[in-house]
Design a protein around this ligand. Sequence first.
Ligand SMILES: NC(=O)c1ccc[n+]([C@@H]2O[C@H](COP(=O)([O-])OP(=O)(O)OC[C@H]3O[C@@H](n4cnc5c(N)ncnc54)[C@H](OP(=O)(O)O)[C@@H]3O)[C@@H](O)[C@H]2O)c1
Length: 391
Amino acid sequence: MRTPTAILNEDALASLLDELGREAAAQRFEVAPNPCVGAALLAGTEVVARGVHRWFGGPHAEIEAMRAAGAAVLSADTLVITLEPCSSHGKTPPCVDAILAAGIGRVVVGALDPDPRHRGRGLELLREKGLEVVLLEGVAPLAEVAPHFLHWTDNERLRRPRPWTIAKWAQTRTGQLIPPEGVGGGRWISSHASLEEVAVLRGRVDAIVTGVGTVVADDPRLTVRPPGDTRKSPLRVILDSRLRTPPSARILKPVQGEAESGGRTIILCIGGADPARHHALLDAGAEVHELHVATDDGVDLRDVQRHLWEELGVRRVLLEAGPILASHYLSHGFVDQVRVYTGSVNGGRGPTLAPELLRQKLAQRLDREVGPDAVFEAFVDPRGTHLRAFH
Ligand SMILES: NC(=O)c1ccc[n+]([C@@H]2O[C@H](COP(=O)([O-])OP(=O)(O)OC[C@H]3O[C@@H](n4cnc5c(N)ncnc54)[C@H](OP(=O)(O)O)[C@@H]3O)[C@@H](O)[C@H]2O)c1
């Protein structure tokens, strides 16, 4: 381990942590429910490399900084990081191990992990191995850098866990989810550039959830295609209380070669649904899971959340449904994040989700453009407080 000598003064460290927090927060919609984290490697008082956590499932900020440093990592003696490094195996190996292996002698941390199961553990491990650990709280607090992570790790969410759910939809200029007759094949609203973004997002979730209305109307496959990561195969889940999914649906067909990937197709229905349909769907390649709770709307969404989490091990969901299911998800408080594409299509059919969206407390909103489309992203704040955001 390299013994650190010079250290930046407290003002310089604070300003570096603030900058790293801002850089990290720019990735908030890509990494959630993971925290936004930024890191820098220093040789003496010189920053040799920086890194941020860029996308859910991707390398953590410390690892990105080490990669960016290349051979210069050998001269680095201090790691500055906005959040305590992880000490347990998640989608990636623990960062504490990588820090130890890199021979860094000092770690400056901006915040402790809020998860009571991990809080302080990473720092303890580093201290035990003889590293100097400096905790400089209050400069880039999680309440500003990654408020969503505080919700994800709060007692209420830990007690009743459910997948992080990103509701994504495309709408016309009038806010409708279905284009006018004869436009976009009755289905397409957003541009190729937007569809490519969605392909990437599909490769970064554990499951894609839709309603049977979409399956019947559009016959989608809900697969991952380039530029999405086709090494990933998210489950394809259809909420279909009475098994209306046609056995001939394309979502039940095997995926086509190496150019696309798709996970198992799972139909969630109400217990006791038509046995003939049930058998036909099994024969067609579906898995049919009967849920025990039904409501007037169909399968009970709370039961769906439990099933996804407990039975299917799903942690991050992309909801790609029509207006009926999307509005029910929003009104039941099961949406954590929204991504809305507004395409250059006039008019449209069906209801808009605007009234339901207006009832939500949105936080950390971001408006941007992709190709000719407008995109709006935000977190749905479960506590209804609008928190200060980095932009
Ligand atoms: N622009 C977009 O981003 C986008 C995305 C997807 C679809 N669409 C369009 O939306 C149209 C289809 O609309 P849709 O609203 O019928 O589709 P949907 O929302 O995908 O499916 C609705 C169906 O899901 C079933 N469901 C099961 N449990 C439910 C629950 N708890 N709450 C709500 N629904 C539940 C219901 O059928 P059962 O009662 O039979 O179970 C319900 O009719 C198509 O024209 C499609 O092109 C647009």
